[in-house]
Design a protein around this ligand. Structure first.
Ligand code: HEM
Length: 222
C-alpha cells in the first residue's frame, strides 16, 4: 500500500503485462537450456541428468512462474471475486504439485547416483520454502475456500496471508538463484553461451518476482 495521502501514480495492469512477458522469456530460456544445451528431460533414464533436469524445469516454470501467476490472478482474471479466488487457489495448487514433483526428481537423481541428500544451504532453504508454501496453501484454503472462516477472522488474516505469500515467493526465488549458481559451478560454465542462458534466467526470475510483488502493492485500476 502507498503511504497515507500518497500514491504510486501507476496501476497494476502494465506491471502484470511485464510479468507475463518475463514469464515467456524465462520459460523459453529454461527450455532452450534443458532441451538444447543439456541432456533433455525424462522421469526414467540411464542418463541420470535427464532426471535431474526435471528439477529446474518444475521448480522454475511450475513452482515460481505459475505461483507468481496465481498471486496476480486478482489483477489479471476478469469476472467475480469468486472466479478470481478459484483461479488463485487452483494455480497455487498446480505450483505446489509442480514443486513436489521437482523435489521428487532431484531426490530420485541423487539416490540413483548414490549422492547424499540435504547437505547444502540450497536444499535446506528449498525444503523450508516448499513446506511454508504448503502450509500457506492449506491455511488459505480452509480460511477462504472450504469451509471458510468467519468474516472477522478472514479479514484479519488477509494482510498476513498477502505478506507471507510475497515472503515465500522471494524465498523460492533466492533458492532458485542459489540452485542456478550451484549448477553453474558444477558444470564449470565460465564464459560461454550456456553461462549467459543460466545467468539471464536468474536475472529474469528476479525481475519477475519484483513485478509480481509490485502488482500486489499497486492499486488495481488508476
Ligand atoms: C524454488 C526452487 C527450488 C527449490 C525449492 C529446490 C529444492 C531443492 C532441494 C530440496 C534439494 C535437495 C535434494 C536432495 O538433497 O536430495 C535440491 C537439490 C538441488 N537443486 Fe534445487 N531447488 C530449487 C531450484 C533449483 C534450480 C533452479 C536449480 C538449478 C539448476 C537447482 C539445482 C539444484 C542442485 C544442483 C541440487 C543438488 C545439490 C543440492 O542438494 O543442493 N535447484 N533442490
Amino acid at each position: 500500500m502507498a503511504p497515507r495521502g500518497r500514491s504510486y501514480q501507476l496501476s497494476a495492469s502494465p506491471v502484470t503485462v511485464l510479468a507475463h512477458l518475463l514469464f515467456i522469456a524465462v520459460t523459453t530460456l529454461v527450455l532452450v537450456w534443458l532441451l538444447d544445451k543439456r541432456e533433455g528431460l525424462a522421469f526414467k533414464s540411464d542418463n541420470k541428468f535427464k532426471i535431474f533436469n526435471l528439477h529446474p524445469l518444475f521448480m522454475i516454470i511450475g513452482f515460481i512462474l505459475i505461483g507468481g501467476e496465481a498471486i496476480m490472478a486478482y489483477n489479471t482474471v476478469g469476472g467475480t471475486r469468486t472466479t478470481q479466488r478459484t483461479v488463485h487457489w487452483v494455480l497455487h495448487l498446480i505450483a505446489l504439485i509442480s514443486g513436489g514433483l521437482g523435489i521428487f526428481a532431484v531426490f530420485k537423481f541423487q539416490n540413483e547416483l548414490g549422492i547424499p541428500d540435504m547437505y547444502t544451504l540450497h536444499s535446506w532453504l528449498g525444503i523450508i520454502t516448499i513446506s511454508l508454501y504448503a502450509l500457506q496453501w492449506i491455511l488459505g484454503f480452509f480460511s477462504y475456500v472450504f469451509p471458510g472462516a468467519e468474516m472477522g477472522t478472514r479479514a484479519s488474516y488477509l494482510p498476513w496471508h498477502t505478506f507471507l505469500g510475497i515472503v515465500i515467493l522471494f524465498l523460492a526465488i533466492c533458492t532458485a538463484e542459489m540452485g542456478l549458481v550451484q549448477k553453474f559451478l558444477q558444470l564449470v560454465l565460465f564464459q560461454n553461451q550456456e553461462a549467459l542462458i543460466v545467468n539471464f534466467t536468474g536475472l529474469l526470475i528476479l525481475l519477475f518476482g519484483i513485478s509480481v510483488g509490485l502488482t500486489v502493492v499497486l492499486p488495481r485500476s488508476y
